[in-house]
Design a protein around this ligand. Structure first.
Ligand code: IPM
Ligand code: MG
Length: 366
């Protein structure tokens, strides 16, 4: 199969982690006989520095012309005082929009080897396997009007949370479809005791749920869901929620399974899927070679699964990651006191090696 991809390394640790993810992808392509066609483009702060635009037109064109997009991270303190449209994040929000990627899947899975890495006790966190389904193109991130107006000292800021029934319905369907292939539970998270958006959300999700009688649907207020996530993480199967609640709860889920550096994501629903680690640009550790590349590597697995239906290849990467963790490979975010930490590149190298080993055995089986 021809895998025609656009790579958007972006800012901070983005380039370091995407480099390792691409090496793993190359190992998969070699092992399974796929052809890779890659082009690298600018986004975020890197694009602002080069052409004063966080999402240049030729980046959009390249993404729309490929079969999938792999993104590192965007964000840099250098642009903290820029107006909204000239911030790195504006490039990310816009590419999500341009690609029509309304469904953001963020799995939070506890790797058995990391039971003692989680800040939660092993018996609480053991078996955690959550699929967060975050609505990605609506809510306060995109709602109009938005502004800061008035004179210094008496300014007023406005953001708008907005959801239409059709936006809620399409993301709810994604959650129920995923639940059918998992443990058949959807927990819809909202703030229906306070927000109109959430009342509509709950009504529409309940209606869509009638089409999936085998799926057990629950509703939870977001404050209470945040508590349950640390108290009983194994109760969760599919967690369905709106854009900002999903942003917050997915970082929390990263903490629960040991490190945000492990979390991958797929943003799908449009013509071209966008795959990115959840962790962000981490400017404090950028360039030091210590970032965890596993979130980016696991995002490549999600790409193979969701954009190319290459389930065997995806599983091969996931097994390789699980294997190197079992062998004790830890970047500093995972190392704690009990393990020596290895670099970004060394972690990547070990996953490549484990991937090669398992492609040899799976082609032998095929
Ligand atoms: C994420 C990030 C982004 C978001 C930022 C960088 C705009 O935090 O992907 O979770 O809020 O969606
Ligand atoms: Mg976030």
């Amino acid at each position: 199969m021809l895998l025609k991809l656009t790579i958007l390394p972006g800012d901070g640790i983005g380039p370091e982690v995407t480099e390792q993810a691409v090496l793993v992808l190359q190992a998969i392509a070699n092992g399974f006989g796929h052809q890779l066609q890659l082009q690298h483009k600018l986004i975020g702060g890197a694009a602002l520095t080069a052409v004063n635009d966080p999402l240049p037109a030729d980046t959009i064109q390249a993404c729309l012309g490929s079969s999938a997009v792999l993104l590192g991270a965007v964000g840099s303190p250098a642009f903290d005082h820029n107006p909204g449209h000239l911030r790195p994040e504006a490039g990310l929000l816009r590419i999500r929009r341009e690609l029509g990627a309304y469904a953001n899947l963020r799995p939070a899975v506890l790797f058995p080897a990391l039971e003692d890495t989680s800040p939660l006790r092993a018996e609480i966190v053991r078996g955690t396997d959550i699929m967060i389904v975050r609505e990605l193109l609506g809510g306060t991130y995109f709602g109009q009007p938005r502004s800061i107006e008035g004179n210094p000292g008496s300014r007023v800021a406005v953001n708008t949370m907005r959801y239409s029934e059709s936006e809620i319905e399409r993301i709810a369907r994604v959650a129920f479809e995923l639940a059918m292939k998992r443990r058949r539970k959807v927990l819809s998270v909202d703030k229906a005791n306070v927000l109109e958006c959430s009342r509509l959300w709950r009504e529409v999700v309940t209606r869509v749920g009638k089409d999936y009688p085998e799926v057990k649907l629950g509703h939870q207020y977001v404050d209470s869901a945040a508590m349950l996530l640390v108290q009983r993480p194994t109760d969760f199967d599919v967690l369905l929620t709106e854009n900002m609640f999903g942003d917050i709860l997915s970082d929390q889920a990263g903490g629960v399974v040991g490190s945000l550096g492990l979390l991958a994501s797929a943003s799908i629903g449009g013509p071209v899927g966008l795959y990115e680690p959840v962790h962000g640009s981490a400017p404090d550790i950028a360039g030091k070679g210590i970032a965890n590349p596993l979130g980016a590597i696991l995002s490549v697995a999600m790409m193979l699964r969701h954009s190319f239906q290459l389930e065997r290849e995806a599983a091969c990467i996931e097994n390789a990651v699980s294997a190197v963790l079992s062998q004790g490979a830890r970047t500093p975010d995972l190392a704690g006191k009990s393990h020596a930490a290895i670099s970004t590149a060394e972690m990547g190298r070990r996953v490549v090696e484990a991937t090669r080993a398992s492609t040899v055995s799976s082609s032998a089986q095929a």
